[in-house]
Design a protein around this ligand. Structure first.
Ligand code: PMP
Ligand code: GLU
Length: 397
């Protein structure tokens, strides 16, 4: 059977692939600890689940909804944007999508023509480049330097810009590094984007998961001109422990949102109705659980960070948000006789029984990604195993 070039060239998501591999080993009875996929280990708060159950039982969730999402949820997103972004968006500037991942996919379909370039800071979340390519766009990678907390500067963006540059993706707090751009950095980048008429795709999905008194500034809040130049991507997956419900949203320019709505109408029709009612409760109901979960991630980060930093050879900056550690393991690998991070990660899984994600999928082949969205017992035991694995390998040579 024929396969399209598009499908043949597509890399599968390395995060989901690593998680699937760990699950398969577990199913075979191997005691694997998986710190792969980035999803809260908490279950969805009860008030949110109850709202979905009510929508199902009342029959409300039985039917197709508007392609851009139910009006109540779009209004709740407008309220959310007013509260956290201090800006009033019209309902026409908001689309509800099947997860933030599909918001991004759909957005690239809506704005890119063949050969259009999208600047993507490295390390990047695994799906950005592949989604841009699926829309026949060209990802242009710009290295965030370790010395600059993996962040890119206007000087670097200026160098990467061509006449074909259409958009820039910013993900702060970042998956995988956990770093947050400062207000000053974002103002400089935002003004540069406005000056060059480059659309800012602000993936703010980790914006409420920020630790140790660090602050998240959404770029869309910095000026009217920057707000108009920005499409905000967000969702309920991470903040409300709702990864399985698949609800995200995009907010910004009405023309772009209309184009995205047309694409949704011809591809997914609408996000799952019951999930939309759940998301409505998530955004507008009691927010206590958000702070409880955030505080739990913060406590884990503060206990885990020194333990991972103490693994021989590891170089690690302390993340400010999200729920990942992204250590550079170049020296660790050298000590253990590895020169390929994929092989290192594979052996750690098969011999050490700890599953991580290779940094190669994030454009950083000297790093590994550790998700700490797992219970403390699992994290503590996983670090013990990682230490042991490294010590065993070192002593062999
Ligand atoms: N952006 C980033 C940076 C992510 O880590 C994720 C997690 N999958 C997403 C977008 C998409 O999230 P979801 O589709 O679950 O809303
Ligand atoms: N964003 C999460 C991660 O990076 C979920 C998996 C995915 O969608 O890639 O692990």
């Amino acid at each position: 059977m024929k396969l399209s070039q598009r499908a043949q060239k597509l890399e599968p998501s390395v995060t989901l692939a690593a998680a699937a591999k760990a699950k398969a080993l577990k199913a075979k009875g191997v005691d694997v600890l998986s710190l792969t996929v980035g999803e809260p280990d908490f279950t969805t708060p009860k008030n949110i689940k109850d709202a979905a159950i009510t929508a199902i039982n009342s029959g409300q969730a039985s039917f197709y909804t508007q392609s851009a999402g139910i009006p109540e949820l779009r209004l709740a997103i407008a309220d959310y944007m007013e509260k956290y972004y201090d800006r009033k968006y019209a309902i026409e500037e908001i689309i509800v999508t099947d997860g933030a991942k599909y918001a991004l996919y759909n957005l690239f379909q809506a704005i890119l023509d063949k050969g259009d370039e999208v600047i993507i800071p490295v390390p990047y979340w695994v799906s950005y480049g592949e989604q841009v390519k699926l829309a026949e766009g060209v990802p242009v990678y710009v290295d965030g330097l370790f010395e600059n907390d993996f962040k890119v500067t206007v000087a670097q963006l200026e160098k990467a810009k061509t006449k074909n540059t259409v958009a820039l993706i910013l993900n702060s707090p970042s998956n995988p590094t956990g770093m947050i751009y400062t207000k000053e950095e974002l103002t400089a980048i935002g003004n540069w984007a406005v000056k060059n008429d480059i659309l800012i795709v602000a993936d703010d999905i980790y914006g409420r998961l920020v630790y140790d008194g660090n602050e998240f500034t959404p770029i869309a809040t910095l000026s009217e001109a920057i707000a108009k130049q920005t499409i905000v991507i967000n969702g309920v997956s991470k903040t409300y422990a709702m990864t399985g419900w698949r609800i995200g949203f995009a907010v910004g320019d009405e023309k772009i949102i209309k184009a995205m709505t047309n694409i949704a109408s011809q591809s997914t029709s609408n996000p799952t109705a019951a999930s939309q009612y759940a998301a409505l409760e998530a955004l507008s109901g009691d927010q206590t659980s958000v702070e409880n979960m955030r505080a739990a991630f913060e406590a884990r980060l503060n206990k885990l960070y020194p333990l991972v930093a103490a693994i021989p050879g590891v170089e690690l900056k302390k993340p400010q948000g999200a729920f990942y550690l992204f250590p550079n393991v170049k020296k660790t690998m050298e000590m253990c006789g590895y020169d390929d991070v994929n092989v290192f990660v594979e052996d750690l899984l098969e011999e050490g029984h700890v599953a991580l994600v290779t940094g190669a999928g994030f454009g950083a082949p000297e790093n590994v990604r550790i998700s700490y969205a797992a219970s403390w017992d699992i994290l503590e035991e996983a670090v013990r195993r990682m230490h042991k694995f490294v010590e065993n390998k070192r002593n062999k040579d």
